[in-house]
Design a protein around this ligand. Structure first.
Ligand SMILES: [Zn+2]
Length: 245
């Protein structure tokens, strides 16, 4: 049997979701020798253009380039940009998306996959559709397409806020399964936020936070095909996987 590098795949909806979400984990594992991949379902043509693009197609081209900037900065080895209509999840053919994702997952061969939870953090319908399509792709295959762990990236509720409250969809701190220390990669996370020049209005709030405030990312384990359960205080999404670091 050939030995394959441990592989981590992130699946998002828009160019910039990775910057706001899983950038620290992508950078950290890539730096440690894990093979990383990123699939994005749309080219982001419904986003802000800040005067840099005059048409939806021009914005899609620009945002695709912004995502390539981010992926290169994060050391992502395999970037897949799909072209589902941005902001129009209600029109998506979820079975087709699940099928496309399944084909890419088979080709990439990830040990672990990360996507949104069913609330999609911002509750954006595109995020929630990606969640549904990823689950459909993985869970309709008897072997889960070879994937051993599925995680959702989440944010924890600020003190006194509840998961059912308004604003971003958060989870109670005790619901988090794995908290990854990305302090050493906070500068990388800030750099990839800056890659997305057209979305700077959204990114600026995060960039304005003091150094050290982006030092952790939080993940919930959806399932582990190998029965793995994170221990309390778990900090490594890939713990125990062959070749993992
Ligand atoms: Zn998004």
């Amino acid at each position: 049997m050939s030995s394959k590098a441990t592989t981590l795949l992130v699946i998002t909806a828009h160019p910039d979701d990775e910057a706001f979400g899983m950038a620290g984990v992508l950078a950290k594992y890539a730096a440690a020798g894990v093979r990383t991949a990123l699939i994005c379902a749309t080219r982001g043509e419904a986003g802000q253009s800040v005067g840099l693009a005059e048409t939806c197609e021009a914005l899609a081209v620009l945002r695709s380039a912004e995502l390539r900037c981010s992926a290169a900065t994060l050391g992502v080895g395999d970037l897949v940009l799909l072209d589902y209509p941005d902001g129009a999840a209600a029109s998506w053919d979820l079975a087709a998306l699940a099928g496309e994702l399944a084909a890419h997952i088979r080709r990439i061969g990830p040990d672990a996959v990360i996507t949104f939870d069913d609330q999609g953090i911002t509750r954006h319908p595109d995020h929630r559709a990606v969640h549904a399509a990823v689950r459909r792709a993985l869970e309709s295959a008897p072997d889960h397409l070879g994937v051993r762990r599925l995680f959702y990236q989440v944010i924890t509720c600020p003190e006194a806020a509840s998961p059912e409250g308004p604003g971003l969809a958060c989870v109670a701190p005790e619901a988090v399964d794995v908290t990854v220390d990305i302090a050493a990669f906070e500068p990388v996370k800030r750099a990839v936020l800056a890659c997305h020049r057209t979305q700077i209005a959204d990114a600026q709030g995060m960039l304005d936070r003091p150094a050290g405030s982006l030092a952790e990312e939080h993940y919930v384990l959806a399932w582990a095909a190998d029965g793995w359960r994170p221990v309390a205080g778990a900090a490594d999404l890939l713990a125990g996987l062959a070749g993992a670091v």
